[in-house]
Design a protein around this ligand. Structure first.
Ligand SMILES: O=C(O)CCC(=O)C(=O)O
Length: 254
């Protein structure tokens, strides 16, 4: 797909699907590096950057924040790559690479991703940011593929409230209106397929209902340089969130 078509789809729908964005060889390499990182480095990372469905069971790993900071060999992927290039083209701005994250939904217990808009977490004015999500293995309805609500990026920010989902603390409180359900589209993906969405696009995913498959992916976030972050509001929000998580025993002591 050429860049003009990618931009057109992104602007109209609020997302774009790019099959085969990374080759099988590249994905094999990424998966190998991640496996070593998860075995050797992740067990020693601070609890607020690594989430497990069950914090006493390492095999239930569900999310790793700041992957490229803890494993610098991933930094070029976020900062200087075909991912960052396309982010700049879509945002029509200089970009600020924010984070490379790892997402998993372990078999049977991997929880749903609540319906949300990333912009609610980002707190930007204007809401100029994109998120990319790349499958690291086969992802479908059964193990929890991403679902977008087409055109939702044009309808403003919805009301969000606290969820019980570790790693996705905020969800749209009235999700499920007819216009949500009519426009929701599931995106099964193969390893190397890339989804890109606007920071106002509503998205969610089901839990992993399979008994033997994980659902691994990488997430990339880019802000437009002209977007301003509300730093104070964000710090207050993060502090409140961590307090709540500590009180509920979701964060292990560091
Ligand atoms: O991995 C998922 O289920 C969803 C990820 C997500 O919400 C995001 O990348 O913005």
């Amino acid at each position: 797909m050429d860049i003009e078509l990618i931009k057109k789809r992104f602007e109209e729908d609020g997302y774009v699907f790019l099959p085969g964005f990374m080759s099988q060889e590249e994905i094999t390499d990424v998966n190998q590096k991640l496996e070593v990182f998860i075995a050797d480095v992740v067990p020693g990372l601070p609890a607020n950057d690594v989430f497990y469905e069950d914090k006493n069971a390492p095999e239930t790993l569900k999310q790793i924040m700041h992957v490229s900071e803890y494993e610098p060999s991933f930094a070029p992927m976020l900062h200087n790559s075909k991912f960052s290039e396309i982010a700049g083209q879509l945002l029509e701005d200089q970009i600020v690479p924010r984070i490379l994250e790892y997402f998993n939904k372990p078999p049977k217990i991997g929880k749903p991703t609540p319906p949300h808009q990333d912009g609610y977490y980002f707190m930007l004015k204007p809401a100029k940011a994109v998120t990319m999500w790349m499958a690291l293995e086969n992802v479908d309805e059964a193990n929890g593929c991403v679902r977008y609500v087409r055109g939702s990026h044009k309808k403003g920010m919805r009301r969000h409230g606290r969820t019980q989902t570790l790693g996705f603390s905020q969800g749209i409180t009235d999700y499920g209106l007819p216009e949500d359900l009519e426009n929701e589209i599931a995106f099964p993906a193969k390893p190397g397929d890339l989804l890109i969405h606007d920071s106002l696009t509503i998205h969610r995913a089901d839990g992993n209902q399979t008994s033997d498959r994980t659902r691994r992916a990488l997430g990339f976030i880019y802000f437009g340089e002209s977007a301003r972050e509300d730093v104070e509001a964000k710090a207050a929000y993060q502090a409140q969130l961590q307090k709540e998580m500590r009180e509920k025993g979701e964060l292990v002591a560091e």
